[in-house]
Design a protein around this ligand. Structure first.
Ligand code: IMP
Length: 191
């Protein structure tokens, strides 16, 4: 059978034009906060790269540099465990820099709690977080994003960079994935 991501995830949660409008607004908000300054953006791979690529093109009058942090979370079932493996470290030191971490989605908050500690230990001048999506109702740790695209219900979503088992990242909208019972056991919080 051929691969048909749209059939597997048939429910659209966020249409492409709604996402692009919100990303534009986030870009304006971030530009207002960092205008005329140097902002060092760190994309958390792999989920955030599509969002980050769009977001940086809406920054205005901000001196932007980028770096990427690759991580893999080990989770059982549908949630991450907070045990994070670094698969690609930063290329550059962040000491003294104004850093904006770019995440695809905040869920339990376990992953970003770990990353926040790790990044703060490298002594940035400031550290903020932008998350495209926020499943606020699932939070287990007191983590918040400074900029949030959309607060969404407790659903597993794919597309626009977000994956399920490394698939669906190419979708231009965000869709809900309704798991089959067999899927549920293997769904790790993958980046
Ligand atoms: P947390 O540690 O529970 O906050 O998990 C955050 C990470 O889990 C995100 O960066 C995603 O990689 C992954 N994740 C959580 N929810 C979803 C989802 O609905 N779709 C795809 N990935 C998700």
């Amino acid at each position: 059978m051929s691969y048909d991501p749209v059939a597997a995830a048939s429910e659209v949660l966020l249409q492409e034009n709604k996402i692009s409008q919100r990303v534009r607004e986030l870009g304006e908000q971030i530009s207002n906060d960092y205008r005329g300054r140097h902002l060092h953006m760190i994309g958390i791979l792999k989920g955030a790269w599509v969002f980050m690529a769009d977001l940086i093109r809406h920054l205005d009058d901000v001196e932007v540099t980028v770096d990427f942090l690759g991580i893999a979370s080990y989770g059982g079932g549908t949630t991450s465990s907070g045990q994070v493996k670094i698969t690609k470290d930063l290329d550059q030191s962040i000491e003294g820099l104004e850093v904006l971490a770019v995440e695809d989605i905040l869920d339990t908050g376990l992953t970003f709690t770990y990353l926040q500690k790790m990044l703060n230990a490298r002594k940035p001048k400031s550290l903020k977080l932008v998350a495209l999506l926020d499943k606020a109702s699932r939070r287990q740790m007191p983590v918040y994003a400074d900029y949030v695209g959309f607060t969404i219900p407790d659903l597993f979503v794919v597309g626009y960079g977000l994956d399920y088992a490394q698939r669906y990242r190419e979708l231009s909208e965000i869709r809900v994935l309704h798991p089959t019972p067999e899927d549920a056991g293997v769904r790790a919080a993958g980046h």
